[in-house]
Design a protein around this ligand. Structure first.
Ligand code: NAI
Ligand code: MG
Length: 520
């Protein structure tokens, strides 16, 4: 299937940690065949100063396609010394016109980058499905939102204004919103291209420079994007992209003395660790987008068939590997039986399998580690007494596919109700009153998102106001727009991505107060 295949007999080995070995023959770009009959050039090196280079130690690690468990290629691995080199490049670029010159240059480059993403949309979508396992339907959505997000940020780039502050005629005061400097960005594997775009867009619009590390299980689309970044005219050193492991390259970013900010999306445990590393190194600024256990609530007066569509999109979109997945469903007693039966039928009707089939909605889970984590939670759910309503198993023993899974008869102390599973596994339970459901919805240390389904606008707004989370979707779910900010309350993190708010994470305010001398 893949011309770059080095060894296709890897099914069993995929269970082990990714191979990390000296593979000095690996070219800086390999030709990869895609299932649609096309092929493309996949970069494998570290992207530093607008060039693909070898890391100092020349180590590589393998990249697996989760839908076949076959190796796609190897890529080169960045380690501490390579992060230092990338930071030097980013620092030099920060001391250039990129940060201090006319922002019109940033507008132009970002608009060009958005156009290049659109022009390469099909290739990018296929790379994403190959590397992450998600269906082409999902990948195409990621690509579209990526270019929209970058285009939207381009519109802000020449509108990053300070203000004049009046304090009387003895002084003149003004503020500037200045970029921070070199920013470290650490992204996860569930939306590799989209998380890269969410992070690059506001950082670039505001004139920062970047060292970005992709997730070890999905490095391919970031490296492909590197070529587009260069083609868009973004100057050398402004964006540096490395593949590598969290404990080595990620740690080097989080602890680096010259990195002024780290933006992270991933697990709450790693987010906590990164915040500590930032505090103990140079007090770099931190933004974290972490896990969730988001409630998706259906009231008696909801449009049931529309609500069921949102329940499905809420938990089975992107095979459930979504930080804001609606993983706790609560249905008011009057419509519980109807919602459950329609939701179960919808879940059982989902087409799951080869991510490249046009009508497949659910592809594979992203990695063997994620597959085993999800299956473990399914066992825990059964052992703790929940009723398995549907699913609960792998589809085949080749490829990391898990059936859409619904648990009923759950109690609030069960692990499957409290913990982030990050897969196509959802719990469903009944509630009676608005006050009861608001309390239940808020009974979580997380606060990323919530869904509210009702035709009563007063109830919708009341409940939206009372739920403690960064996003509330009313009569929709997993519904993003590049102008609408996204981020967490509580242990789901802080800082916002997309929209005007995302720019605040990448600027700092300088106040200039000038004492005036009055001439008579
Ligand atoms: P993780 O948080 O460890 O990995 C995410 C990113 O952080 C990767 O790029 C990784 O290389 C990096 N990283 C890991 N350790 C690091 C360290 N010490 N310093 C700096 N960077 C580090 O998440 P993992 O282990 O891949 O997944 C575990 C669970 O995390 C998932 O099952 C899911 O529940 C949650 N998760 C949540 C995501 C979200 O969107 N909020 C995304 C990915 C995972
Ligand atoms: Mg992969």
């Amino acid at each position: 299937m893949f011309s770059s295949k080095i060894n296709s007999n890897l099914v069993k080995r995929a269970a082990a940690a990714p191979l990390n070995r000296l593979y000095s023959q690996l070219a800086l770009s390999v030709n990869v065949n895609l299932p649609n009959g096309t092929s493309y050039e996949q970069p494998t090196g570290l992207f530093i100063n607008n060039e693909f280079v070898l890391p100092k130690q020349k180590k590589t690690f393998e990249v697996i396609s989760p839908s076949t468990e076959e190796e796609i290629t190897h890529v080169y691995e960045a380690r501490e010394e390579d992060i230092d080199i990338a930071v030097e490049a980013a620092q030099a670029a920060f001391n250039s016109d990129w940060a201090t010159g006319d922002p019109a240059a940033r507008v132009k480059a970002l608009l060009k980058l958005a156009d290049l993403i659109d022009q390469n949309a099909e290739t990018l979508a296929h790379i994403e499905s190959l590397d992450n396992g998600k269906s082409l339907q999902c990948s195409r959505g990621d690509v579209a939102l990526s270019s929209q997000c970058i285009r939207s940020a381009a519109g802000w780039a020449d509108k990053i204004n300070g203000s004049v502050v009046e304090t009387g005629d003895t002084h003149f005061n003004y503020t500037r919103r200045e970029p921070l400097g070199v920013c470290g960005q650490i992204i996860p594997w569930n939306f590799p291209l989209l998380m890269l775009s969410w992070k690059l867009a506001p950082a670039l619009a505001t004139g920062n420079t970047i060292v970005l590390k992709s997730a070890e299980s999905t490095p391919l689309s970031a490296l492909y994007m590197a070529n587009l970044i260069k083609e868009a005219g973004i100057p050398a050193g402004v964006v540096n992209i490395v593949s590598g492991f969290g404990k080595i390259a990620g740690e080097a970013i989080a602890t680096h003395q010259k990195i002024k900010k780290v933006a992270f999306t991933g697990s709450t445990a790693t987010g906590r660790h990164i915040m500590k590393a930032a505090a103990e190194s140079n007090l770099k600024k931190v933004t974290l987008e972490l896990g969730g256990k988001s409630p998706n609530i259906v009231f008696d007066d909801a449009n049931v068939s529309k609500a069921v569509q949102s329940l499905v999109a809420g938990i089975f979109y992107n095979t459930g590997e979504v930080c804001c997945a609606g993983s706790r469903i609560y249905v008011q007693e009057g419509v519980y039986d109807q919602v459950l039966s329609e939701f179960k039928a919808a879940a059982e009707g989902i087409k799951i399998g080869n991510p490249f089939d046009e009508d497949v909605f659910m592809g594979a889970q992203a990695s063997y580690a994620q597959l085993t984590k999800i299956l473990k939670f399914i066992e825990i759910g059964k052992n703790q007494g929940a009723t398995l309503i549907t699913g609960g198993e792998r589809v085949d023993d080749k490829g990391y596919f898990i059936k859409p899974t619904i648990f009923g008869d759950v109690t609030k102390d069960m692990d499957i109700v409290k913990e982030e599973i990050f897969g196509p596994v959802v719990t469903i339970s009944k509630f009676k009153t608005v006050d009861e459901i608001v309390e239940t919805a808020n009974d979580s240390p997380y606060g990323l998102a919530a869904g509210v389904h009702t035709e009563d606008i007063n109830k919708a707004i009341d409940v939206a106001n009372r739920i403690k989370s960064g996003t509330i979707w009313v009569n929709t779910y997993n519904d993003f727009h590049q102008s609408v900010p996204f981020g967490g309350y509580g242990e789901s993190g802080f800082g916002r991505e997309m929209g005007q708010e995302s720019l605040d994470n990448y600027t700092q305010v300088k106040a200039v107060r000038i004492g005036l001398t009055k001439k008579n």
